[in-house]
Design a protein around this ligand. Structure first.
Ligand code: ASP
Ligand code: MG
Length: 418
């Protein structure tokens, strides 16, 4: 008998029919002799719709506390309906909100981190023979305030619960068959990966592969929770995410990701003296603006230029912040650029294989494109380039790193973003 956490995303429970299909799948699993805890997201586009509704009510940003109160209703609808669907199949089931399930978080509305899980109620319900259904994406502070974990946070609920109850596996059901070497909608011969390491998955998730929430992967890595990403629409084997993953001979790049949510900001002619960069980045951090790649160019006449990337959605705020510290820091000019994309190659074997990054630069320059910025880590190389020919670039890289195959055919709809 295994203890399994199964997580179903919004599109997997998008309507009553799909909900029933999920119920069947869960009951099938339970009747094979397993104990199942099911985590669900809000149905279909519910969360987006609720956000739209709040915008119709509020002309300014809605109060964060009430926003959490609103958004958590989406998942509550799902757990109640799924429990009904499972019970109609003759299988005892009990639904729980995040707080009933003992999910405690810090008090940051809209992107709270889980601080503690007290799964006693869940374990009791399981031991009484129930399928347990838990609302994803939500928790409660020790003061009893309702919180959410950030968009896509149901994955994190599932993995955190799996860690807390020491589940044998956490299965993430979505509308794609698993993790692909790159977006199958872009590269037709993208291959489904049988295995991937936590670290590689974390990079891909952070780089914009929307299948898994980055924090969920972090959690899985920290607590060593075996993860499987698979389709809720078929029984194909999915992708195993684990500590170590096998690599085919001669292949060092596991996957290619791209992120268009990137803008470059350049500060030109900044006075060169100690502490300048610290001032700029502290000011940005205070506004919760994440900075990604940072490049400083040579110093001339006591002045330096430097550029960094932020997400496109943060660009305007970042520019405001920088204008705000202009007199304190002293610089000649600040400029920004959009229409960029960050393309990244990821593979745990890269660090010990020379020439991997060089090949990437060559492929991009062979297409006649220039590279604006580069960053590297042990397991990835990212280049910021003009976004107009992204698909061509990804295809060329896919081929260059030996990732093309025509044996795996992509099945399924658009990647689940919930
Ligand atoms: N319903 C939430 C969202 O749409 C959480 C999730 O689906 O994981 O972001
Ligand atoms: Mg998701």
């Amino acid at each position: 008998m295994s203890l399994i956490v199964m997580k179903f995303g919004g599109s997997s429970v998008g309507d009553a029919e799909r909900m029933k299909r999920v119920a069947n799948r869960v009951v099938e699993r339970q009747r094979e002799g397993n104990q199942c805890v099911v985590v669900v997201s809000a149905m279909g586009d519910t969360t987006d719709d609720l956000i739209d509704l709040s915008k119709q009510i509020c002309s300014v940003t809605p109060p964060a506390r009430e926003m959490d109160m609103l958004l958590t209703t989406g998942e509550q609808v799902s757990v109640a309906l799924l429990s009904m669907a499972i019970q109609s199949l003759g299988q005892p089931a009990l639904s729980f909100t995040g707080w009933q399930a003992g999910m405690y978080t810090e008090g940051v509305h809209g992107k709270a981190r889980i601080t503690d899980i007290q799964p006693k109620r869940i374990l009791n319900a399981l031991n009484q023979g129930n399928v347990v259904i838990v609302a994803g994406f939500q928790g409660m502070t020790t003061e009893g305030e309702i919180t959410t974990l950030g968009r896509g946070g149901s994955d994190t609920t599932a993995v955190a619960l799996a860690a807390a109850i020491e589940a044998d596996v956490c299965e993430i059901f979505t509308d794609v068959d698993g993790i692909y070497s790159t977006d199958p909608r872009v590269v037709k011969c993208a291959r489904k990966l049988p295995e991937i390491t936590y670290d590689e998955m974390l990079e891909l998730a952070n780089l914009g592969a929307a299948v898994l929430h980055p924090r969920a992967v972090e959690y899985a890595k920290n607590y060593n929770v075996p993860l499987v990403v698979r389709s809720s629409f078929n029984h194909n084997a999915g992708t195993n995410v684990k500590e170590e993953a096998a690599m085919e001979q001669g292949i060092v790049v596991r996957g290619i990701a791209s992120d268009k949510n990137v803008a470059r900001i350049s500060i030109l002619g900044i006075e060169e003296k100690p502490g300048q960069l610290a001032k700029v980045f502290t000011a940005l951090a205070k506004e919760q603006i994440d900075v990604d790649i940072i490049v400083q160019s040579g110093i001339m006449n006591g002045q330096a230029d430097f550029s960094f990337t932020v997400s496109l959605t943060d660009k305007d705020r970042a520019l405001e912040v920088i204008q705000g510290i202009r007199s304190e820091v002293g610089f000649r000019e600040v400029s920004s650029q959009e229409n960029l994309v960050k393309v990244s190659i990821v593979g745990a074997g890269m660090v010990s294989t020379p020439g991997v990054a060089a090949k990437m630069f060559e492929v991009i320059s062979d297409l006649g494109l220039s590279i604006n910025m580069v960053s590297t880590s042990e397991i990835k190389t990212s280049c910021v380039i003009d976004n107009s020919r992204l698909n061509e670039v990804i295809q060329a890289l896919h081929t260059a790193y030996g990732l093309d195959t025509d044996t795996t055919v992509f099945v399924g709809g658009p990647q689940d973003r919930r």
